[in-house]
Design a protein around this ligand. Structure first.
Ligand SMILES: O=C(O)CCC(=O)C(=O)O
Length: 258
């Protein structure tokens, strides 16, 4: 199926796979050639210029002020599959670019719920490859089935990119699945799926965009994120109105504010 032209739906087998394993994919949002053009915009107009409308690092939630990022986060290839798992009403509450330059550290095994100010802890993420993501340049690794329980997190040990990591004593991390992706491909996973990435021992940079989506009945604690934080409704209706909402950025907003 061409994910660029058809509305994707999930089969019963795909939904079962997600329930059993806590992840799904890879799928294709766009061709590598199309992502090469988008990558240029991300490098020069997004990551090179911090946001002005809200106080966050240049890699955080740029779907709020850059149309190119919003269009990736709200792409039907992503959103329609998320709707197949989480229902018709969806809220984009966060996104971030994970850039691993050559020599960058390990991101430890973790479950995302541990770090997030949302209540209840319900989230579906898409991880979209901006650069190729391979074993060589430290693609994300997932542990299937680990989403079924919460794992205690402890202070990180060793040279890690995060301050806290999951306590994986007793968990067989050799069963990890390598999520190797071409630019423009993505996978889905939930807030309890254990994942990590190795140090980047190659000479190739790896950028991915993590897209975080929840449902309108989840309260996002804006004050624990950053000043000016908002959510954007990307599908269906927000009947609960629990969160501060923003409109999608204008198409011309990329780079215009700086
Ligand atoms: O990109 C990585 O290596 C880690 C990604 C991650 O931790 C996430 O998307 O939650």
């Amino acid at each position: 199926m061409n994910s660029l032209t058809a509305t994707p739906t999930l089969s019963a087998a795909e939904k079962r796979f997600f329930e059993e394993n806590g992840y799904l994919g890879p799928y294709t949002l766009c061709a590598p050639e199309e992502m090469a053009v988008i990558r240029g915009q991300i490098e020069h107009e997004v990551l090179a210029k911090p946001p002005v409308a809200f106080k966050a690092a240049a890699c955080q939630s740029r779907h709020l002020d850059c149309r190119v990022v919003y269009d990736l986060c709200a792409h039907p290839a992503v959103v329609e599959r998320m709707a197949g798992l989480f229902g018709p009403d969806l809220v984009l509450w966060r996104s971030n670019f994970f850039t691993k330059e050559p020599g960058s550290k390990e991101i430890p095994w973790h479950q995302d719920w541990n770090y997030w100010p949302i209540e209840p802890l319900i989230n579906i993420s898409a991880w979209l490859a901006i650069d190729p993501a391979t074993k060589e340049n430290s693609c994300v690794q997932l542990l299937p089935g680990t989403h079924k329980r919460e794992i205690k997190h402890v202070k990180s040990v060793g040279a890690m990119d995060f301050g806290e990591m999951a306590d994986v004593a007793g968990i067989d991390t050799s069963k990890a699945v390598d999520m190797e992706l071409q630019p423009g491909q993505f996978f889905l996973f939930n807030e309890r799926t254990l994942h990590h990435s190795n140090p980047n021992r190659s000479n190739k940079r790896r950028i991915g965009l993590a897209i975080r989506v929840t449902v309108p009945s989840v309260k996002v604690h804006h004050d624990k994120l950053y000043e000016g934080h908002r959510v954007i409704l990307i599908r269906g209706e927000d009947r609960q109105k629990l969160n501060r909402v923003a409109a999608p950025p204008e198409a011309l907003a990329v780079g215009a504010a700086n």
